[in-house]
Design a protein around this ligand. Structure first.
Ligand code: SAM
Ligand code: MG
Length: 954
């Protein structure tokens, strides 16, 4: 025997203290603070208000970029520090560097542990492993306590840790633990390792009868559970199997039998899949040559070579190499008691495990909308995000792929440190914008890093790093975007990593170059070698990434119009049922739909429901659902319903969604497609509108209308043009009041909004045709499709121009361009421009927070505020707005006055909506206007109404 002998030349495993590991990982970013704690002594004096002084103890708080920990109390400062570091390591998921054992000591401990496991004392105790012994002892005539070594390997954490000290390769080759256990048992005189019995170990002498009688209480009922058989050959289908375990049977024997083996002793068992508490594992035949490995050098024991080929599907799900045919089952003994725990593993759960390996799949599962949901490319707001948060998904991804917990480091940049900031800006990748401005992500929640315009509070950037269990860096993501909230920075950085990983998994054969390019897009730097070693454990996997379109393309004549892409024309052909309620989705609004997705054969003869939801919420315009669904709902208003067809998604998704996998599989054998039926139940306006309605009476939008109305009255205006009229809310409201207006015009570039505006204006104008209607003065109304930064001579020289809550929806340079175009070419007598006052957001948010969110973290950051609507490209402070408007007025010979609605000018922080009223200083001659520009007709009339001939004009 050469047990232990080969360790004589052992090199001491360098053992790092927790503090040293923290230092390696965080350097100066880890800050320790030790404080004295005076713990009151317990010598008891009830009612005494003066604390008794006890011995002086120390407590250490360790602050890391992403979190902090506080140690317990220690007599020595350095112990407190080490303890805090240890706590931090545990939080980071870094395995404690155990008890600083050398490999040699660990080997001695391991032998002792194996010996203990076979003791009488262990059998009568409560341990998942002793439950195995008890069950195995019940096998007819098997009183020698024979047990598979692989069971010991999976059930005993202590042994596993010791093996890792002996040989770190155990981390990536967990089956080596079996070899070490076998070898330890071989050296113990009281145990028998019988090569005939493969990987089993038994006691030389049976347990004493009294010990068996006192500890073994037979399971009284038989257990039936479902498992999945995954053949090694990818050509053979994955199938459900039933495991029947009789009261006298040992479940591992039953599994072995299903695998065509003689008994439990021939089985190898994988580590658990999914949650740490799960009992879901793979079972497969141990290689006959397994024992041969035992003769090799203890320290350098190699991964065992298996005779059978790799089972690609099983290995992919497990993240550990599985050989030959295998069974996936969720069964075993736990710490909770001696009863056998079991759960059904169905075909559906198999496919769910398969898709959960991929970030996009994990997201779909968290939304319980496998066929409808997509992982959005950007994190918008906590209130609008549905499903697991990106950070959560990333953490579970790392667990699934056997990596360390991701390490997040956020840094905050205080507003005062403007110098710092601009320096940092230069270091960061700067967007195309000419100014030194950090790129906006999705236009909201990010901070304009231009030092002058940083509002309040500080801003955050976040860096994420993924490490292998051996602490090799796999990838890092350093985002160049500043966020006002720490959480947003973390979520967005996580999402970048997830998006990149997702793209990779969807196209696993992507050339390295392309993968690198994609990484650049997501601000990711990855280390291809480490990445492929850890994440790409198995390349040849079926299903999720392969888009298997079953059957042929459908001939149109089948009456099924399949939405292949989401081009406007494609979607416009679908039939929408129900009256138009006028309540329509817009980007940023939260939609609630009721939907069902079914497999239908292409002749529409048969249908199988796959997935349905009575209420499914998503944020519009963020890519949170499959593109077809998003495109279709833009055509709908609340209360309407529709039905559309898409090509089949990858088979794994269909089967993960299907409740009845057998039926779904039967369907998939003939050409079919997916049918979605949807009803649009609700549209919740973006937060801006929600806040405006909730906090102002009358609502801010109404106050803006009234403000414009006052100017119409004061100036006796006869013509009005509403720049960026949207759905025509201002124009429509004006019709409710008697005014001097004769011509009203609206311009917008959203066709959808314009058609809505046309509908409401048309019905109101025709309904109000009686001579007493308030709007009887109106002679004509026109809606134009065009951009307000372009000039159109038909809108020249109007009495009044309005541009309400529009400029902030344009890029800042476009807003400035609009200012110049409108005052130099259109030249209305009066122009009213409104836009949010950024400084007012604190107030909106505060009320919003107390009413909507109870997240303490949010509250802490309530001082730092975001834009009101994620479609906003900027929001100005009063100073910025005044600056823009005053300079503009001077340039074009206008005067300007400032005002607003919501709040008051005299009370900080001013109005909620700030307004500039420009007045033309001199009257140009009619000719001047025309001559300057000639007849430019850049806008397209989309709707027109004339009182004289209303019927002719639309
Ligand atoms: C928040 S809505 C305001 C609508 C309306 N003024 C109101 O107060 O209800 C902003 C509108 O500006 C429009 N818009 C943005 N940029 C535009 C441009 N360059 N030309 C025309 N309209 C534009 C959008 O289509 C949208 O309808
Ligand atoms: Mg707005």
């Amino acid at each position: 025997m050469e047990t232990g002998g080969s360790l004589a030349h052992t090199i001491r495993k360098p053992t790092l203290t927790p503090k040293a590991i923290i230092h390696q990982k965080f350097g100066s970013k880890a800050s320790y603070k030790v404080e004295e704690v005076e713990e009151p002594t317990q010598n008891g004096c009830p009612g005494l208000a003066i604390l008794q002084k006890g011995p002086c103890l120390y407590r250490c708080s360790l602050e890391l970029p992403d979190f902090s920990v506080v140690s317990g109390s220690f007599k020595k400062k350095k112990d407190a520090e080490q303890s805090a570091a240890q706590m931090a390591l545990e939080k980071l998921g870094i395995r404690p560097s155990v008890d600083n054992l050398t490999a040699e000591e660990a080997w001695t401990d391991l032998i002792a542990r194996v010996k203990y496991i076979f003791s009488n004392e262990f059998l009568s105790g409560l341990h998942p492993l002793s439950s195995h012994f008890k069950a195995a002892l019940c096998r007819v005539g098997d009183h020698d306590g024979s047990i598979p070594a692989s069971v010991i390997a999976i059930c005993d954490g202590k042994l596993n840790n010791l093996c890792k000290i002996i040989n770190p390769k155990v981390e990536s080759h967990p089956f080596l633990v079996v070899s070490y256990i076998m070898r330890a048992a071989t050296g113990l005189p009281e145990l028998v390792v019988n090569p005939e019995r493969q990987l089993s170990i038994r006691k030389k002498n049976p347990y004493p009868t009294d010990v068996i009688e006192s500890s073994v209480s037979q399971q009284s009922e038989s257990v039936t559970t479902m498992a999945i058989y995954i053949p090694c050959s990818p050509e053979r289908a994955v199938e459900p199997v039933t495991l029947n375990i009789s009261p006298k049977g040992y479940y591992l024997d039953v599994i072995a039998q299903k695998l065509g083996l003689s008994g439990a002793n021939e089985i190898l068992i994988s580590r658990t899949i999914g949650k740490a508490s799960s009992e879901t594992r793979f079972y497969f035949a141990a290689s006959k040559s397994y024992l041969l490995e035992m003769s090799s050098d203890l320290l350098n024991a190699k991964a065992v070579k298996f005779g059978e080929p790799l089972n690609a599907r099983a290995s992919y799900i497990c993240g550990q190499d599985i050989y030959g045919d295998s069974i996936l089952a969720s069964i075993g003994y736990t710490w909770k008691g001696q009863d056998l725990f079991h759960e059904y593993v169905t075909l559906q759960s198999y496919y769910r495990m398969l898709i959960s390996k991929i970030p996009g799949g994990a997201y779909k599962l968290s939304r319980e909308a496998i066929l409808a949901a997509e992982l959005p490319p950007t994190f918008t707001t906590k209130t609008n995000w549905r499903g697991s948060y990106p950070r959560e998904i990333l953490c579970s991804f790392c667990r699934q792929h056997w990596l360390l917990e991701p390490v997040f480091s956020t840094s905050s940049i205080p507003k005062k440190a403007s110098l710092e900031l601009s320096r940092l800006n230069k270091k960061l990748k700067v967007s195309e914008s000419a100014e030194q401005k950090v790129e906006y992500a999705n236009g909201h929640d990010t901070v304009d890093a231009d030092a002058k315009s940083v509002g309040m509070g500080s801003s955050f950037i976040c860096e994420v790093k993924l490490y292998s269990k051996c602490q090799d860096l796999i990838l890092e993501c350093v985002s160049n975007v500043l966020y006002k909230k720490q959480n947003d920075a973390v979520q967005n950085a996580s999402l970048k990593v997830l998006s990149w990983l997702n793209a990779y998994f969807k196209d696993i054969n992507m050339p390295l170059e392309k993968l690198k390019q994609l990484a650049n897009v997501f601000d990711i730097k990855f280390y291809p070698q480490n990445f492929s070693k850890e994440v790409v454990s198995c390349r040849s996997v079926e299903n999720f990434q392969h888009h298997e379109t079953l059957g042929d393309k459908v001939p149109e004549s089948n009456g099924i119009n399949i939405l292949n892409d989401v081009a406007e024309d494609d979607v416009s052909s679908i039939d929408i049922e129900g009256p138009d309620s006028g309540v329509c989705p817009s980007n940023g609004s939260l939609l609630c739909v009721c939907y069902s997705a079914s497999l239908v054969t292409k002749g529409k003869l048969q249908k199988e429901l796959l997935e349905s939801a009575e209420e499914f919420e998503f944020e519009m315009g963020t890519g949170a659902v499959i593109p077809c669904l998003e495109a279709v709902v833009t055509k709908m208003s609340v209360g309407q319903s529709t039905c559309f067809y898409t090509e089949l998604p990858p088979q794994a998704l269909v089967l993960a969604a299907a409740k009845d996998s057998a039926n779904a599989l039967a369907f998939l054998s003939s050409p079919c497609c997916l049918e979605f039926s949807i009803i649009l139940l609700r549209v919740t306006e973006p937060p801006e509108d929600r806040m405006e309605q909730a906090l102002f009476s009358p609502p801010l939008s109404k106050q803006r209308v009234e403000y414009a109305l006052q100017h119409i009255k004061d100036s006796c205006a006869t013509s009005l043009v509403d720049f960026g009229c949207g759905s025509g809310s201002l124009l429509e409201s004006l019709l409710d009041y008697p005014t001097s207006l004769e011509t009203i015009v609206g311009v917008d570039l959203s066709k959808k909004s314009l058609s809505r505006a046309a509908k409401v204006l048309h019905s109101k104008l025709t309904m109000m045709s009686d001579p007493d209607a308030p709007c009887r003065s109106i002679k004509s109304a026109v809606l134009y499709d065009g951009s307000i930064t372009d000039f159109d001579s038909r809108l020249c020289g109007f009495d009044l121009g309005t541009c309400l809550e529009v400029i902030e929806h344009m890029e800042e340079d476009q807003a400035c361009l609009f200012g110049d175009v409108v005052l130099s070419y259109f030249r209305p007598k009066i122009l009213i421009v409104s836009t949010p006052n950024y400084e007012y957001n604190v107030i909106l948010q505060r009320s919003n927070l107390t009413s909507q969110e109870d997240d303490p973290e949010e509250k802490i950051h309530s001082q730092s505020c975001k834009f009101r609507n994620h479609d906003h490209k900027f929001e100005w402070t009063r100073e910025q707005f005044n600056h823009w408007a005053s300079e503009l007025a001077v340039r074009h010979n206008y005067s300007v006055e400032f005002s607003g609605v919501g709040g008051s000018a005299d009370l900080e922080p001013g109005f909620a909506s700030q307004i500039a009223v420009f007045r033309r200083v001199f009257q140009p001659k009619e000719d001047d206007l025309q001559d300057d520009e000639g007849l430019a007709c850049q806008y397209r009339v989309v709707w027109e109404w004339n009182r004289s001939k209303p019927a002719l004009t639309n």
